[in-house]
Design a protein around this ligand. Structure first.
Ligand code: NAG
Ligand code: NAG
Ligand code: NAG
Length: 405
């Protein structure tokens, strides 16, 4: 345990410092090199200034898409009040297209499930005040093998998406023939920019080639991990794998530890509360992955916590990270706008425990006096000095915003 306490934060610090030096160099050359225009255009289109929020079909409905489902999900996003909290993208994942392109080489929506076509679907989603996302793959076939990949069809497919009114692309990594991800993902980035339509670009390269170090110039978010599963082990490991890249995230480009499993049934309410809190603190995309048409009250309570969402959407855009680890008792923290600090006390042990965050762990002046807003009980503890301390249930967390006097 003593070994963990000292070596892990130090190791992360070294990794982050060394990698940050590398990326600064890359960014500088990029700014004045051939990628510079591309980067400026992506940032200029205004997308991803805060992490994207919405819904994606895959975690709950892999390959069980239909026009009716997407209509009902869009309806539910509005009627539940979730859209008013910022959830705006309705994203289709794999399995929406026919296996074969048409005679002109265009992707074709699968007629048996999308009989009215994609333009009509986009119109419906837009009529609800929402945006629509689609899925494609930077290889020869998508992961399900039920639809063609977009490798060598980047321009054509990007133009097709723009003509349908698509607002977001998740670009997967299956069947890629071992070709360079930087090239494959850049080629689609250019194709999307060339359409002239602002399309949020989400790279799903699974973190294999350290995309945090190169993707911020070409995309709005990049996966840092393989797919999440609806288990405590999978969720905690995605959080840790993503955490290493914290220094690379910022307005316009975000680390993506994969979509939310909250509400899908594989974890307890407290485990889902931890999942949602850590994703929010880490400025991860908040893409709902449950059936929002029939979510229970506890799921809705978690996903609709306005104060937690505000941490995720804070305009400073600094990814909070693990700042202290004592066994499996962890403190995660990061700065917010207006000199505030977000904190999660996370008990990853299997029994109740007390967790302490000292001001020095949180980057606060040792003489600071703060008010601590508890974002889950919606109550405030006034004028605290020296440290924040709480008893936390097994696999649960407490989440706060600290405001110095
Ligand atoms: C990317 O696009 C360039 C220019 O069209 C092409 O020469 C290259 O083969 C493409 N790279 C990949 C990996 O598809
Ligand atoms: C869920 O919330 C609704 C609306 O607030 C309420 O009417 C219902 O009783 C709640 N159900 C449970 C099981 O708490
Ligand atoms: C901490 O706060 C005190 C009192 O406001 C101030 O004098 C001191 O410079 C601060 N220290 C640091 C490291 O900011």
């Amino acid at each position: 345990m003593a070994h963990d306490q000292i070596s892990i934060p130090l190791l992360l610090f070294l990794i982050c410092t060394l990698s940050a030096a590398t990326v600064n160099h890359a960014t500088l050359t990029g700014k004045f090199g051939e990628n510079g225009a591309m980067k400026r255009k992506l940032l200029d289109n205004g997308l991803g200034q805060t992490p994207q929020m919405g819904w994606n079909s895959y975690n709950h409905f892999p390959c069980k898409l239909s026009e009716e489902l997407i209509h009902q999900i869009a309806d539910a996003m509005v009627s539940t009040g979730l859209s008013a909290l910022g959830y705006e993208y309705i994203n289709l994942d794999d399995c929406w297209a026919e296996l074969n392109r048409d005679s002109k080489g265009n992707l074709v929506p699968k007629a048996s499930i999308f009989p009215s076509g994609m333009k009509a679907l986009a119109n419906y989603v837009h009529s609800k005040g929402l945006k629509i996302g689609i899925y494609a793959d930077a290889g020869t076939l998508t992961c399900s093998k039920t639809m063609p990949g977009s490798l060598n069809y980047e321009e054509q497919d990007a133009n097709t998406f723009a003509s349908w009114g698509i607002d977001y692309l998740k670009y997967d990594n299956c069947h890629n023939n071992g070709l360079s991800p930087q090239e494959r993902y850049s080629n689609m980035s250019k194709a999307l920019l060339n359409t002239g339509r602002p399309i949020f670009y989400s790279l799903c390269e699974w973190g294999q080639d350290n995309p945090a170090t190169w993707a911020s110039s070409i995309g709005n978010s990049w996966r840092t991990t393989g797919d999440i599963k609806d288990t405590w082990e999978s969720m905690t490991s995605r959080a840790d794998l993503n955490d290493v890249w914290a220094s690379y995230a910022g307005p316009g480009g975000w680390n993506d530890p994969d979509m939310l499993e909250v509400g899908n049934g594989g974890m307890s309410t407290e485990e889902y509360r931890s999942h949602f809190s850590i994703w929010a603190l880490a400025k991860a995309p908040l893409l709902l992955g449950c059936d929002i048409r029939s979510m229970d009250n506890e799921t809705f309570e978690l996903l609709s916590n306005k104060e937690v969402i505000e941490v995720n959407q804070d305009k400073l855009g600094a990814q909070g990270k693990k700042v202290k680890k004592t066994g499996d008792l962890e403190v995660w923290s990061g700065p917010l706008s207006d000199n505030r600090v977000a904190v999660v006390l996370w008990n990853r042990e299997s029994s109740e425990a007390t967790i302490i965050a000292d001001w020095s762990d949180l980057g606060l002046n040792s003489s600071a006096v703060v008010d601590a807003r508890d974002l889950w009980t919606h109550s405030t503890i006034y004028s605290i000095r020296d440290q924040l301390k709480a008893t936390v249930e097994a696999h649960a967390c407490k989440m706060y915003v600290l405001t110095p006097h």
